[in-house]
Design a protein around this ligand. Sequence first.
Ligand SMILES: N=CN[C@@H](CCC(=O)O)C(=O)O
Ligand SMILES: [Zn+2]
Length: 423
Amino acid sequence: MHYDKLIINIGQLILPQAASTPLKGEAMKQLNVKEDAAIAIQDGKVAWIGSNTEKDSVKADEVIDARGRLVSPGLVDPHTHLVHGGSREKEMSLKQQGVPYLDILKNGGGILATVEATRSASEDELYQKASSHLERMVSHGVTTLEGKSGYGLDTETELKQLRVMKLLKETYPINLVSTFLGPHAVPPFFKGNETAFLDSMILLLDTIKEQQLADYTDIFCEEGVFTIEQARRFMKESRDRGFGVKIHADEIVPLGGTELAVEMEAISADHLVAASNEGIQQLSESDTVAVLLPGTTFYLGKDEYARAREMIEQGAAVALATDFNPGSNVTENLQLIMSFAALKLKMSPEEIWNAVTINAAHAIGKAQEAGTLQEGDEADLVIWEAPNYHYIPYHYGVNHTHIVMKSGQILWERKEGNAFYLS
Ligand SMILES: N=CN[C@@H](CCC(=O)O)C(=O)O
Ligand SMILES: [Zn+2]
């Protein structure tokens, strides 16, 4: 057989287990790894996976020698706030003085500062800025990701953010999932009249559906933001219109958002740092994916991290994401999050790889298209500057990608010898 591309001399090939439901508990601890492998690509899809010893009998137009490197599916980042205006570096000194995240928000900063910047940015400015963040994510190994609105808090700007997502989706050859996060904060004008604001966001759902601008909806259920009752109402209204639902739940104060996510059959419940024992128990009996964001806990300077070990031991499905945003976690680097998962969540390398591939794909409804590598799948893969899968969480804070490929096309490649003037 003759193929378009053949990757030979793969030291380890990560092949996460595909299933119709996310990997839970014990299944998260198993990672399928093929040693000394080769992989052939035809028409952008994985056409053959075999042993490297068979490589001479396989012909291809182009042969890539992985030289013993690790190869994995393209990473999946299931929680980002990709499209937004401005930046908030001035908040760092407030954080250093110990001003809590929710107090910064209460005083008109935080999310509300980014709302101002996003409202005043043009669609093109938002697109250009999001493109550069997106390209950095791809350079770090991501080929599938989710992005939320939520920095408009009004009809015009929420739709503007979602249109930017749509244009990114049409322009870049990657998988992008859009989420409407209209109820991300209460705009000052509606303070004390949260119901009226929520009504306006619910009204917007029909337009978003008609224009096919989002696949999911999301809400920030938190003290001083939206209550459990308000979140339940928004999630019900979203479901009635055919949206899948997500929730920023139990990030700071344990309100019971985890339990609500299970009750509403949310595709994911995100953050969960303060999830209750009951919430974790219910989660483990559901297919709702716990999307954990340890980079955010780190960036907010907190000591208590989400209880990933208890979640996994009790049988929940866990995924990891960057939560890339201009306030609570300012990094596009999902590899760094893999290190935090090892160091702070005490997750094993096997659990971490499942959490950034197949389970992350489940968390955004993309498990049919992403998160694993089987014959017939899109050839979305990363060749890593690493000898084995333990290495990526271990060597932290830098970019280890060698080649990032989407549907068999190289999107990013490390070129040797450029940009160094040391000798
Ligand atoms: N917690 C709520 N929303 C975002 C942060 C948004 C911001 O600070 O701009 C999050 O997921 O961390
Ligand atoms: Zn978020």
